[in-house]
Structure formats: structure tokens, C-alpha cells
Unconditional design. Structure first.
Length: 388
């Protein structure tokens, strides 16, 4: 580790080391006889220091971060610093042609300081809406990073239909996929319900179980419609027409799932890219409530220790599923360094992909979050060629 400094008056990053010039992100440190008041302990290897990691956030996240209301993001930033890296938090508008304007966390001061850095070694995308990712500032920032060969980790959110279409391109993944398709009309839904008798209908861009409901066919044209808010009997599927017109929906055939003490469960798998392949970082289990449609804790689900169902899981198959999925997702969406997967377990222990997420939420299991921080540090060190 060496100590470097930041001069607020000139925007220069400097060091006292006489061993030669050090690369810092896309720039270089300036030699100085004395360090300024803002200093940072960083890793040094092969003529480089850091890594310098950009964290791209929404405009509305900046006041929350500075006000201490982004605890998970601050934990990630502190972890990067503790491992000899530096982060620059910025919005898309802060990414310029050669520099980034944003906020750097100063461990000695325990606060963020407005600053400039060279373009970073890699950028972690934590923008919180699809709309912002499609905006002109974000697209301009992404293009600038791509032009310099700077990895933008997790370029965009996933839509459920795109994930399904992407995984379908690999025949090795077919056994893990439930029949899934976009639907536009009530007639589309009716055809699926006639074929499968029980289906899930989900918002294509939904999350946390929002916008999800299950349809079970009844004699005639009727059906039972269950949602996180309860259930009701539909006398005709035409009652769904206004809902289907409000946004994009997919349908997915229901799986015959395994149960634990009579309750459905599924797996929440966290994965990261490491040394050229995708591996599992941690596995959580979510247990549905006795009357719950989903296993999401937001809708009555509970956390179950993985050890309770571990013997029921084909971990070799799960590892292959995650490795192949990560490869296909990166081909489709750009480099995916981190993702999570909601995986169902069938009565015969077969695994089913429900959905995959480009920006995993915080896991309830502390041990998974601890391992996540390690993996993120390894990921960005590797992207910056600073792997021990």
C-alpha cells in the first residue's frame, strides 16, 4: 500500500513515491514533495494504484448518499477503500471525455468530498430506473466509457422476456426454462390457460413480486385470479383487458414445486464473474407464507436457512445453470459482473429459472452480503488488472 493525496484547489492526484509514475485510472499520479490534507491508502502493483472505481447513480441518490441515507452503497464504498481502492460516485452527467466529477469518500474525514478524478478503471452501474438508463446523459456516458475500453458493469436492467429469449439460445439451458411468452391480449392469456391450466402473469419489467398474479382455470370461461393482495373469481378473462393494456406482461407456465413443511420455497442465488467465469457467491431460500402467492418477503414470504433444503438441491446443476446463464446474459446485455437469479425447485428436484436480475437487492443473509463485498472487490481488482 502507498499513500496518495488529492489537491482540492487544482484537482490533481499526487504521491511522494520516487519509484516512478503510477497509473491512476486512465490518468497518472503527479509527483509531489509533500502530500495535501486529503490522503488515501491505496494498493500499488505493476505501476498502477487502486483500482479507481466509478459508481454511477441516479441524480436523486446523491443527496441521499451525502445525507447518510444510502447505507448499503456506503458499505460497498467503505469496503473498496479498505481493500486499497478509491471510488468516485457520480451521475451520468458527471462522466466527461477525460475526467469524472463527483464525490469521493475520505476515510479520515468520514465523509464525502466533491472532487474530480481521471476516468476510472471500471464503472459499477447502480442507476435505479430503466428510464434513466435510456436517457441521453446515460447513453452519452456509456458511449464515452466504451470508446475508452472502460468496463461498465451491468449496463442495464433485464426484462423478463429478454432474459428468457437470451437463455433459450443455449440448448444446455432448455431443461431449466419454463414456457414463457409476451402477451398482448386476453386471447393470448386464454390460449395459455387452456394449454397449461395454471399460469403466472407478470409485468415484463416488474420486480419484488409487484404486478404478478396467478390464474387457475375453472370449468367454462371462469378462472381464479390470485395476487399478493388476495384472490377473486373471474367470471370471464375479459376482466383482465384493462390491466393487459396498461403495460407489457408475460405469461409463464406454473411449475409443480417442492415444498418444505407444506410451504413452497425457491432459491435466491447471487453470482459474480471471477477469473473468467460466473460462480455462485451465495444461496438464500425464501419460503412462501401459508396463503402467499409469492415467496418475496415484501409479500409475506420468510427467510429459510439454506441448510434446511441443501440436501434437496443438485448443486452441480445449479452451478452449471449460473455459469451458462452469466455467459449468455453478458453476450446479450454487455458485461454482467453481478446478477441474481430466482430459481424454483420441482418435486423431482429439477431446477427452474423464474427470473434473473441485473441489480440484485440486498440479501437478508449477512454471510451472503459479506461474501458479496469480497467478490465485488475481486471483480473490480481483476478488471483493473490488480489481482494478487
Amino acid at each position: 500500500m502507498i499513500v496518495i493525496g488529492y489537491r482540492r484547489d487544482t484537482g490533481e492526484w499526487v504521491c511522494k513515491e520516487a519509484g516512478g509514475l503510477y497509473r491512476f485510472g486512465s490518468g497518472q499520479l503527479v509527483f509531489t514533495a509533500s502530500l495535501p490534507d486529503l490522503t488515501f491508502a491505496v494498493r500499488a502493483q505493476g505501476g498502477r494504484v487502486g483500482p479507481l472505481v466509478g459508481i454511477l447513480v441516479s441524480e436523486s441518490s446523491i443527496p441521499a448518499l451525502l445525507g447518510g441515507r444510502k447505507p448499503w452503497l456506503e458499505t460497498v464504498i467503505r469496503s473498496f477503500h479498505a481493500n486499497g481502492g478509491i471510488t468516485i460516485v457520480s451521475t451520468a452527467a458527471g462522466i466527461g471525455e477525460k475526467t469524472v466529477s463527483g464525490y469521493v469518500f475520505v476515510p479520515a474525514l468520514e465523509r464525502f468530498v466533491e472532487s474530480f478524478t481521471p476516468l476510472p478503471d471500471a464503472v459499477y452501474n447502480r442507476v435505479k430506473s430503466r428510464e434513466e438508463e435510456q436517457s441521453e446523459p446515460f447513453q452519452t456516458a456509456a458511449a464515452r466509457l466504451a470508446a475508452r475500453g472502460i468496463p461498465l458493469v451491468n449496463r442495464s436492467f433485464f426484462r423478463k422476456s429478454d432474459v428468457y429469449d437470451t437463455l433459450r439460445t443455449d440448448r444446455r439451458l432448455w431443461p431449466y426454462l419454463l414456457p414463457t411468452a409476451l402477451v398482448d391480449t386476453v386471447d393470448d392469456v386464454r390460449a395459455w390457460l387452456d394449454q397449461y391450466s395454471c399460469i403466472y402473469v407478470k409485468q415484463d419489467s416488474g420486480s419484488r413480486g409487484n404486478g404478478l398474479f396467478r390464474l387457475t382455470a375453472l370449468p367454462g370461461a371462469a378462472a381464479i385470479c390470485e395476487s399478493p393482495r388476495g384472490q377473486k373469481r373471474l367470471r370471464a378473462l375479459d376482466e383482465l383487458a384493462p390491466l393487459l393494456q396498461s403495460c407489457r406482461y408475460i405469461v409463464q407456465a406454473a411449475a409443480d414445486t417442492d415444498t418444505w413443511n407444506g410451504r413452497r420455497y425457491d432459491l435466491r442465488v447471487l453470482a459474480h464473474w471471477q477469473r473468467g467465469r460466473y460462480t455462485i457467491t451465495g444461496v438464500g431460500v425464501r419460503l412462501a407464507g401459508t396463503q402467499s402467492l409469492t415467496t418475496h418477503t415484501f409479500h409475506g414470504g420468510t427467510v429459510l436457512p439454506y441448510t434446511e433444503v441443501k440436501e434437496r438441491i443438485d448443486e452441480q446443476a445449479l452451478g452449471q445453470l449460473i455459469a451458462l446463464s452469466g455467459e449468455r446474459l453478458s453476450e446479450r446485455f454487455g458485461f454482467v459482473g453481478e446478477f441474481s437469479a430466482d430459481i424454483g425447485v420441482g418435486r423431482e428436484r429439477q431446477l427452474y429459472v423464474y427470473e434473473m436480475n441485473a441489480k440484485p437487492m440486498v440479501f437478508d443473509e449477512p454471510e451472503i452480503e459479506t461474501q458479496r463485498l469480497r467478490r465485488l472487490n475481486q471483480l473490480f481488482a481483476e478488471l483493473a488488472h490488480l489481482v494478487p
